[in-house]
Design a protein around this ligand. Structure first.
Ligand code: ZN
Ligand code: ZN
Length: 394
């Protein structure tokens, strides 16, 4: 009996030496899960809270990738987050599509970190935000990789397959050009589709690709122009993560989507309520840094984060859109209309990338060279990467 014990001890020491410390840790983490082939550490998916926008960090052992980097104002925040996670270099940096709530902060990340591959869809956008990203890539003598649906890449012990865009032409709907991917680690799957809307979802379904996932990052911040019932049923996720800003003006996440998720019995995590959300996978099970949200609160299209009861009722089959407009907002709108001048609705400072009401005192101080008048809407300007002036609050 004693002899047997000694042999077990000797055998254990040999095994430990052979595997090294990491091996021992992993054996402890995944004890009893011999069917999982995962050995090189674990997978972490960080849904970084960037307000209204997207930024997801994926870590696997020494390997890392970033999908989107939030708005222009969030570049340094994303940089700080990556640094807090000891990220020195990124295997892949993906700008899902050229909208500023996705690639706004990307120039900072591409400038500050080492990286191997940057992926973006084949869609140029005539915005300063897009030009900034392109310039850093050029400065580093690198080129944009345009992945095709079906392409597969490895990230350490994990791998991912490009699931969209399935077509090269989606007209002028930039969201539908979003690069989406299905990440696999052991038996766990994560699906990311950027802002891909219904048309792209239909094309993914028609392609016959495997879209099933344990975790789905809700498309387009939980908008009802995406996340269609048919698509959600095909993905059949256990958990959905919604990345959106508290009280955002788009009304994300939309009531219809929240209703659907609730009826399907899906766990919902959301950055507007819970901040940065982290999922940990050992290749078989997924753990989270917080409990699912149980508010089931839908966004309000007018952007109010107020206490109005917008909670989705499980019984209601059709979700109602809040139509109420607050008095203060109405008067604000009237004020804006009064300040519209024939030369344009807003004045852009080409240097600071801020936009102002024509009546703003900053406009008078602005040099002629930097002053540009525009008819474009507030939303459009923000989408293009311009910031509203804090003084005149256009
Ligand atoms: Zn977006
Ligand atoms: Zn978008």
């Amino acid at each position: 009996m004693r002899k047997k014990k000694i042999w077990i001890i000797i055998w254990s020491i040999c095994l430990a030496l052979l595997l090294g410390c990491d091996g021992i840790n992993n054996l402890q983490f995944s004890s009893g899960k011999t069917s999982t082939k995962v050995t090189e550490g674990n997978l972490e998916v960080h849904f970084i809270d960037v307000g209204q926008g997207d930024a997801t960090l994926i870590k696997q052992g020494e390997h890392a990738m970033l999908i989107d980097a939030g708005d222009n104002s969030k570049g340094t925040a994303v940089q700080a987050y990556l640094q807090s996670q000891n990220i020195k270099s990124l295997d892949y940096v993906i700008g899902t599509h050229p909208d500023s709530d996705h690639i706004g902060g990307l120039d900072v990340v591409l400038y500050k970190f080492e990286w191997d591959t940057v992926m973006m869809p084949d869609l140029e956008k005539d915005t300063r935000t897009y030009e900034d990203v392109k310039r850093v890539i050029q400065d580093k003598n690198q080129k944009i990789t345009v992945p095709k649906a079906g392409d597969t890449y490895t990230l350490g012990e994990a791998e991912f397959t490009i699931v969209c865009p399935q077509k090269s032409d989606y007209g002028d709907n930039s969201n539908n050009y979003s690069i989406g991917l299905r990440l696999t680690y052991g038996e766990n799957h994560f699906l990311f589709t950027g802002d891909a809307e219904e048309e792209s979802e239909q094309d993914m379904l028609a392609s016959g690709m495997d879209l099933s996932a344990d975790v789905f990052k809700a498309a387009h911040h939980g908008s009802d122009t995406a996340n269609t019932e048919e698509f959600l049923k095909s993905v059949n996720p256990e958990s959905v993560v919604i990345s959106c800003g508290a009280g955002n003006s788009y009304g994300h996440p939309r009531a219809a989507v929240m209703n659907e998720l609730r009826q399907m019995g899906i766990d919902v995590y959301r950055t507007d309520e819970q901040g940065t959300i982290v999922a940990y996978s050992d290749g078989k099970n997924i753990a989270w840094n917080c409990s699912p949200s149980d508010s089931w609160k839908a966004g309000e299209p007018n952007g109010s984060s107020g206490s109005k009861d917008t909670q989705v009722k499980q019984e209601s089959t059709k979700a109602k859109e809040p139509t109420e407009t607050k008095e203060s907002e109405e008067t604000q709108e009237q004020e804006e209309i009064q300040t519209v001048e024939s030369s344009g609705t807003y004045v852009i400072n080409a240097n600071t990338k801020k936009f102002h009401k024509p009546s703003c005192s900053s406009v008078k101080q602005m040099s002629e060279d930097n002053r540009q008048y525009t008819e474009e809407s507030r939303e459009k300007l923000i989408e293009e990467g311009y910031e509203p002036c804090k003084r005149c609050q256009p």
